[in-house]
Each structure stands twice: as structure tokens, then as C-alpha cells.
Design a protein around this ligand. Sequence first.
Ligand SMILES: *Cc1c(COP(=O)(O)O)cnc(C)c1O
Length: 230
Amino acid sequence: MISQNLHKIKEQLLAITKKCGRNPEEIRVVAVSKRFPVSAIQEAIRSGQALFGENYIQEAQLKIAAFDKDIDFHFIGHLQSNKAKIAAQLFTMIETIDSEKLAISLNKHLEKLDKSLNILIQVNTGLDGKKNGVTPANAEDLLKKISGLSQLRVKGLMTMPPWTSNAEDARPYFRDLRLLGDDLKKKNLFFDNNSIELSMGMSQDFHIAIEEGATLIRVGTAIFGQRMKI
Ligand SMILES: *Cc1c(COP(=O)(O)O)cnc(C)c1O
């Protein structure tokens, strides 16, 4: 099932990029494996998937230990400073940095590990009280404060729009993220201002996110099926 689902998503990705004139190689699928067992991740790996997303540090710690270094895990959950040390060790990207305090704490642990880490700034484009992330208005300030930290490579932006049952409703938030990225690129605030990452779009709306410029889509349910409630 996982294999068929991945195949279907790759086909959709090709069809959408063709329609909107984008290069499909610019877009990577982050297979969101939270609350799915190691066996599900292994099945996805057998189908060629090598990039996964996890939300919970303790769960990720147990699962990631089972995999070789060539499998990439992105952290996409809310990171607390007291978990920054473990996160620094486990992940190849942390997509959810939204405060200077967190960035400083992460940088400190990375210095000790002598490791550089790719990060994204999580932006609360919908100004949604239930979501984490810096407000669009404060993104520039945060970037200025953390772009000098030695071990962090700020590669781009991530967003999660307010929940809605209609995928099309997410479009303005995806567009806002892209425009914010364009603005901050011009100010040279990223690690590589020629190409930045935009992580946006989930199972129900990744097609819209691709049309609006996503370079990372975070897809869980459409690959692994319905998650167990906890
Ligand atoms: C769970 C999660 C996803 C995946 O959501 P699906 O609807 O299952 O595709 C994507 N991004 C974040 C931040 C998540 O927490």
C-alpha cells in the first residue's frame, strides 16, 4: 500500500509540475512517519523514499536508531529548548525554528558536536493562535538575529496554514510564504540566497503548495494511511 501511495504521489507531482511549468526535481517529498512504526518507514525505503519527517523527539529517537545515515529525517514538530541537544544529533534539518532562544540553544549543542545543521524558520502565515511560528512581520528580525550563528544554515521557510477542509483556502498562505521568502532573499538573509527552501503543503493541499512554489512537501496520511489517535 505504502509503495502504491508513494508511486501515486510521484505521479501527481509530475502532473502538477508539468501543468505549472516547474521542474519536478526542485520538489522533495518529506514522508511524515509520525506515529507509524519502523516497519512502515522500511517499506517506504524499499520503494525509494529516503527522506522522512518526525514530530516527536522521543518517538523519533527510538525510530531513527534503526536506520543508516543515508536516510534523512527532518524534524517538523514543535521543538523545546530542553530537547535541542537530541534534535541536534538526530536530524538533518529542523524545519520549525521560531525563536532566537531556541536557535541559540541548538547552536550551542551543534558547536559541541562540531556539526552544521540546515534549518527552516517556521512562519505562522495565518496568524493562527493554535499554531507555532514567528509572525511574518517578525521573520526578518529573527533571521537577522540568528543568521550569524556559526552552526546554523538557514535554508528557507516553513508554514502550516490554519486548518480548513477546502485545500484551495490554503493558497493565500502558501503564496504569502513565497513572497516573504522573495523579500528576505533580496536582503541576503539566508544561507544560500539563490535558492531557498519553502516547506509547505500536506496530504490534502500539496498540489496547491507546489503551484505556489513549495520545494518540500510534507506528506503523511496520503503515504502511510490514517494515523492512530493518541
Ligand atoms: C502531521 C504533519 C504533516 C502531515 O500531515 P498529513 O495530513 O498526514 O499529510 C505535515 N506537516 C506537519 C508539521 C505535521 O505535523
